[in-house]
Design a protein around this ligand. Structure first.
Ligand SMILES: *Cc1c(COP(=O)(O)O)cnc(C)c1O
Length: 222
C-alpha cells in the first residue's frame, strides 16, 4: 500500500529543492502505481525489462519510465521505443546498442553512465578509469541517437554513514569534473542520480539532483 502522507511530504521537500523523484515501483502492482500517478507522480523506475514492458502497456502513456536495473544488450530493443532515461549504462558496447536501436526508430535516448562507488563486488558500474576511457572512445564515433546526461551510482549497503557520504562525494566530484572537461552534442551533463530510501537525505546533502526511492513510498518489498 502506498503511504500518501509520506509521499506528499517527500515530493514537497524534493520539488522545493529542484530534485527529481523517481518512484521505484519494481515488484509493485499497477494499481499502486496508478494511485501514485493520481497524486501527480510521473517519474517511475523499474529494474526488469519484462516487468517494465508489461506495466508500460497497462498504465497512462505520459508516465516517464526510468530503467534503473542492469540492462542486457539483447533486451535494449524492447524498451527503447518508450523509455525516458536509462540509468545503468556501464559499457561502450551497451551504449552502441542503445544508439543502434534508437536510430532504427529515429529517437534519441537519454542515458546515465553508472559508476561503481560502493566497495561491494556485486554492484554494477564502471570505475573512474573505465569512465574516462569510455569518454575518450566516444569522441571518435558518432552516436547520434543517445544523449549522455550524467552519472548514476549506488552507495555501499552499510551502517557506516561516513563511508556512504564519501562515496556520494566521490560521485559528485566525478560528475563536476566530467562536466567541466568534456562537452559535446552527445554529452550534456546535468543529472546526478544517487540516493535511495536509506540514504537519500545524505545523497542530497552531497549534491544529488535525482533520487530513486521505493520502499519509503510503497512499503517494503517481499
Ligand atoms: C530498488 C532500487 C532502488 C530503490 O530502493 P529503496 O531502498 O526501496 O528506496 C533504487 N535504485 C535502484 C538501482 C534499485 O534497484
Amino acid at each position: 500500500m502506498i503511504n500518501q502522507q509520506v509521499y506528499k511530504n517527500l515530493i514537497a521537500e524534493l520539488t522545493s529543492n529542484n530534485i527529481t523523484l523517481v518512484a521505484v515501483s519494481k515488484t509493485k502492482p499497477v494499481e499502486e502505481i496508478k494511485q501514485l500517478y493520481d497524486l501527480g507522480q510521473r517519474d517511475f523506475g523499474e529494474n526488469y525489462v519484462q516487468e517494465l514492458v508489461e506495466k508500460q502497456k497497462q498504465l497512462p502513456q505520459d508516465i516517464r519510465w526510468h530503467f534503473i536495473g542492469h540492462l542486457q544488450s539483447n533486451k535494449v530493443r524492447q524498451i527503447v521505443p518508450f523509455v525516458h532515461l536509462i540509468h545503468g549504462v556501464d559499457s561502450l558496447k551497451l551504449l552502441k546498442e542503445i544508439n543502434k536501436q534508437a536510430a532504427k526508430i529515429n529517437r534519441a535516448v537519454d542515458c546515465l553512465l553508472q559508476i561503481h562507488i560502493a566497495t561491494e563486488e556485486t554492484k554494477f558500474g564502471m570505475n573512474e578509469a573505465e569512465l574516462l576511457t569510455l569518454l575518450k572512445d566516444i569522441n571518435g564515433i558518432e552516436l547520434k541517437n543517445v544523449r549522455i546526461c550524467g552519472l548514476m551510482g549506488m552507495a555501499s549497503f552499510t551502517d557506516d554513514l561516513e563511508k556512504v557520504r564519501g562515496e556520494f562525494k566521490q560521485l559528485r566530484r566525478l560528475f563536476d569534473r566530467v562536466k567541466r572537461q568534456y562537452s559535446s552534442s552527445q554529452l550534456q551533463f546535468s543529472i546526478v542520480s544517487m540516493g535511495m530510501t536509506a540514504d537519500y537525505k545524505m545523497a542530497i546533502e552531497e549534491g544529488s539532483n535525482m533520487v530513486r526511492i521505493g520502499s519509503l513510498i510503497f512499503g517494503e518489498r517481499n
